[in-house]
Design a protein around this ligand. Structure first.
Ligand code: TEU
Length: 561
């Protein structure tokens, strides 16, 4: 059989540069700031660093709107700062993957400016331009070429009076969608990717990569009862040519290279069956994908602001289906949080009394699955939701749009702020809490977004000095994956699927067997009689306790071989 891929026992760490570490006092994190923290990351033990975008950008969506793909935004430092960072990462035996945002560009990208200038220029067809709907005055409601809503509110179309047509943008109007039907668009993306690999990076995290192939007819989507906009996603998610485009990209960029690269696709709405196609190594598409099923379980489909508590049984059902679906072919990536999700500790755990226990429980639960775990900056310190109480503290375009829209629709400010407090992306975008000093040691200037008020208690310095260090616990989990083939490669067997608070599973490989038991609650829990015994490998309580009972938020990894 083939040797397992190098990333099967690797752990990745996501950095959101503007909130990681500021070396200049500008208030925004930067590349030199990251370079200054590389020992912190190397000691944690991570193998791969994924950097959210640092390319030149007007920053309407914090860099997910790129105006020049081959330039570092001066906000984050110089070209040299980037090369220094890359060298520093490689010198410590780690790898760097870049965000690849190519479903759309910034509206300030040269190609879009040209595209928008006249109807007959060479770039016109690099984006999606369409006439107003017949019978409507251009620009008036209903004149949009179809009824799709944008992910961040409003129509997915913006009218441009210069050429009297609309252009498509699945996100903000400053993020026009590229037309991947145009072979020149694809070739240009390939050339750009090659340029980054030649510069020394180790792969890509591909932003909404399953949105790049659209049904060129752009049919209307279904409108929910009471809704305004149609759901276009069936017409752009895993569209007709998606596999062709990804295979072509693989050939054009990676065919002639041998090296330990990593390509992970961000794929909202992907099903297990689609993920199997994306990650089957023999098809030559992606190495793994970020699927969204588990982070959508606590909300009404299509409306994250309509949220509820997670039912653990739903999570077990979902994770189990993904574990089984990609058991023979393909590979999972594992995550609980990122820069688009609220802090999982606040969302699924207890960010108060049982902060240490629930942070380490969720880490244990996730890292003991089969797949490549991703740690989002700050989760290794038990960072929590932002705790903002005023709209003035929010920065994210999605949050600000939601708030304005909620007020327009008569949702009270209080209710809207409550929803933001639970679900806003800014919850995970507050600055890293390095120390108890001013601004948590993140900056000497004024931070671009407020620091979480809990920084005097929750910060790296305090965590590392504590005998209940969350960082040290992550270190152990990461080491376990590096050293233990059963963690990296073992089969996954879910136990007790119907139990409301017990998350238990076995991992097995040859004659090695691990048992993981997690009490996802603040109440003591009697274990079923078959789940008690074994040798404790790692747990989040120091004294062994009663083998037949789990304490609040207790997690245990046992060797039961
Ligand atoms: O996110 C894609 C995505 O699906 C988002 O709509 C996400 O689900 C949403 O933020 C949750 O409310 C990627 C990036 O990760 C995100 O930061 C960008 O804003 C987006 O693409 C556009 O590039």
């Amino acid at each position: 059989p083939d040797r397992p891929a190098w990333w099967t026992n690797a752990v990745a760490y996501q950095i959101y540069p503007r909130s990681f570490a500021d070396s200049t006092g500008s208030g925004t994190g930067d590349l030199a700031g990251i370079t200054g923290k590389l020992d912190y990351l190397a000691e944690l033990g991570v193998d791969v660093i994924w950097l959210s975008p640092v390319h030149q950008s007007p920053q309407f969506d914090n860099g997910y709107d790129i105006s020049n793909y081959r330039k570092i935004d001066t906000l984050f430092g110089s070209e040299e700062d980037f090369d220094d960072l890359l060298d520093g990462i490689h010198a410590r035996g780690m790898k760097l993957i870049m965000d690849l945002v190519v479903n759309h560009t910034s509206s300030e990208h040269e190609a879009f400016r040209e595209s928008a200038a006249t109807r007959d220029n060479a770039e016109r067809d690099s984006y999606w331009w369409r006439d107003p709907r017949p019978g409507f005055e251009p620009g008036e409601p209903g004149a949009e070429p179809n009824n799709w809503g944008s992910h961040f509110g409003g129509s997915a179309w913006t009218y441009d009076p210069v050429t009297e047509q609309y252009y498509l943008h699945l996100f903000t109007p400053q993020q026009p969608d590229l037309n991947w039907e145009n072979p020149r668009v694809r070739a240009r993306v390939h050339t750009m990717m090659n340029w980054w690999l030649d510069r020394g990076v180790d792969g890509f995290r591909m932003d909404v990569i399953n949105f790049i192939s659209k049904d060129p007819a752009l049919p209307d989507g279904v409108v929910e009862p009471g809704g305004v906009w149609g759901d276009g996603s069936p017409h752009f998610t895993s569209g007709p040519r998606i596999h062709e485009f990804l295979q072509e990209m693989r050939r054009a960029v990676f065919a002639g290279r041998d090296g330990d690269y990593l390509n992970v696709g961000e794929t909202p709405g992907a099903t297990v069956d689609q993920a199997l196609l994306f990650t089957d190594p023999h098809r030559g598409e992606l190495d793994m994908v970020f699927q969204f099923e588990h982070v959508n379980l606590d909300q009404r489909p299509g409306n994250k602001w309509d949220y509820r508590d997670l039912d653990l049984r739903d999570l077990k059902t979902s994770f189990n289906r993904w574990q089984r679906g990609l058991a023979e072919t393909g590979w999972n990536s594992l995550y609980l949080g990122n820069h688009d999700q609220p802090r999982h500790l606040s969302r699924f755990g207890d960010d108060g009394v049982y902060r240490y226990e629930s942070a380490t429980l969720w880490a244990t639960l996730l890292h003991l699955h089969r797949g490549t775990p991703y740690v989002y900056q700050g989760e290794e310190l038990g960072m929590t939701n932002a705790g903002f109480t005023s709209i003035d503290e929010y920065r994210d375009v999605e949050s600000l749009n939601y708030y304005a829209e909620a007020l327009r629709r008569g949702t009270g400010a209080k209710a809207a702020l409550r929803a933001l407090g639970a679900m806003s992306r800014d919850n995970a975008r507050t600055p890293m809490q390095w120390s108890g000093q001013r601004h948590a040691g993140f900056t000497s200037g004024t931070p671009w977004i407020p620091v979480n008020a809990n920084y005097p208690a929750i910060n790296a310095e305090a965590d590392l000095a504590s005998d209940r260090s969350i960082y040290r616990y992550y270190q152990r989990l990461i080491r376990l994956r590096h050293e233990s083939p059963v963690v990296a490669l073992g089969d996954f067997h879910l136990l007790d699927p119907g139990h409301p608070v017990l998350y238990a599973f076995r991992r097995s490989r040859g004659d090695q067997q691990f048992l993981v038991t997690c009490n996802v609650s603040a109440d003591p829990l009697m274990l079923p009689s078959n789940l008690g015994s074994g040798d404790l490998i790692l747990g989040n309580y120091t004294d062994p306790g009663n083998p037949h009972q789990l304490r609040p938020w207790e997690a245990r990894i046992m060797d039961i071989s």
